[in-house]
Design a protein around this ligand. Structure first.
Ligand code: PEP
Length: 259
C-alpha cells in the first residue's frame, strides 16, 4: 500500500567523459524504448560525473526521456569560497532529481564522516534533491558478524535530526564494501536481512509509516543475472549499480528485473 516505486540507479563513477556519456545515455534510451520500459513501474536513474550533467540534461529534455539523473556528491555549503566543490543548487538548476551521499569511495578515499553525510543530506533537501545515502560494512566487520550493528550506526549518524517527512523521501542504499566492484555479491538473504533491519530501525527511530515509505536499495556487483533474486526481498526496493551501468544493454536488462 506504500508507494515505493523500484529504483534502478547507475553510478558511472569517474568513467565516461561527456561525449562517452552522451553515447551511453542515447543507447540506454533506445534500448529502454525498444523494450517499452514502463518508467512509472520502475524508475531509472543515472549518476554521471559532474562534467556530463549538462549534456545529460540536454538529451533528457530534448528527447523527453523519462530517465532521471543526479550528482555523485554535493557540497554541504550552498555557495562561496569552496574550490572544487559543487553546490546542490547547481545540481538542482541542471534538472537533477537525486544526489548520492556517502558512497563508500567518498567515505574511504575522502574520509567522509557520518556528520558530513548528514550535512550533505540537509544541503540536498535545501535544494529539493532526493539524497541517496550509502551505508555498508567492510569485510572485517562482516567476518566478525557485526555488519548489522555497524551499518545501523552509520545510518543513525547520517540521518540524525532529520524530520519524518525527510526520512520518508530519503533513499538508503545498502552497499557492503566487500561487494563493490569485486564481483562478490551479497546473497539475496543478506540484502533482505539488512534492508529489513534498516526499515525496522527507521520504524523505531520514527514510526512505521515513515519506515514503510523509505526506499532501500542494494548495491554491490549487481548484474542482470542476479538482480531478480536480490529484488525479491520484500524490503529491497531497487539497486545501485556501478560497473554494469556502463553497458547500456546490461543496465537496461537490470531495469527489466521483473521479467
Ligand atoms: C557502486 O559503486 O555503487 C557499486 C555498487 O558498484 P558495482 O556495481 O560495480 O559493485
Amino acid at each position: 500500500q506504500f508507494d515505493r516505486t523500484p529504483l534502478i540507479a547507475g553510478n558511472w563513477k569517474m568513467n565516461m567523459d561527456h561525449q562517452q556519456g552522451v553515447a551511453l545515455l542515447q543507447k540506454l534510451a533506445w534500448t529502454l524504448q525498444d523494450a517499452k520500459h514502463d518508467f512509472d513501474r520502475v524508475e531509472v536513474a543515472v549518476f554521471p560525473p559532474f562534467t556530463d550533467i549538462r549534456s545529460v540534461q540536454t538529451i533528457v529534455d530534448g528527447d523527453e526521456l523519462k530517465v532521471v539523473y543526479g550528482g555523485q556528491d554535493l557540497s554541504d555549503k550552498d555557495s562561496g569560497a569552496y574550490t572544487g566543490d559543487i553546490s546542490g543548487e547547481f545540481l538542482n538548476k541542471l534538472g537533477c532529481s537525486y544526489v548520492l551521499v556517502g558512497h563508500s569511495e567518498r567515505r574511504t578515499i575522502h574520509q567522509e564522516t557520518d556528520e558530513q553525510c548528514l550535512a550533505k543530506i540537509n544541503a540536498a533537501f535545501r535544494h529539493d534533491l532526493v539524497p541517496v545515502l550509502c551505508v555498508g560494512e567492510g569485510l572485517e566487520v562482516r567476518k566478525a558478524g557485526e555488519h548489522v550493528q555497524y551499518t545501523l550506526e552509520q545510518l543513525r549518524g547520517s540521518i540524525k535530526g532529520l524530520s519524518a517527512e525527510e526520512v520518508a523521501r530519503l533513499v538508503v542504499a545498502y552497499e557492503p564494501v566487500w561487494a563493490i566492484g569485486t564481483g562478490e555479491v551479497a546473497g539475496p538473504e543478506d540484502a533482505q536481512e539488512m534492508a529489513e533491519a534498516i526499515r525496522k530501525d527507521l520504524a523505531d527511530l520514527y514510526d512505521s509509516e515513515t519506515a514503510a515509505a523509505t526506499r532501500i536499495l542494494y548495491g554491490g556487483s549487481v548484474k542482470s543475472g542476479n538482480v531478480g533474486s536480490i529484488l525479491k526481498g520484500k524490503d529491497v526496493d531497487g539497486a545501485l549499480v556501478g560497473g554494469a551501468s556502463l553497458d547500456a544493454e546490461e543496465f537496461a536488462n537490470i531495469a527489466k528485473f521483473e521479467q
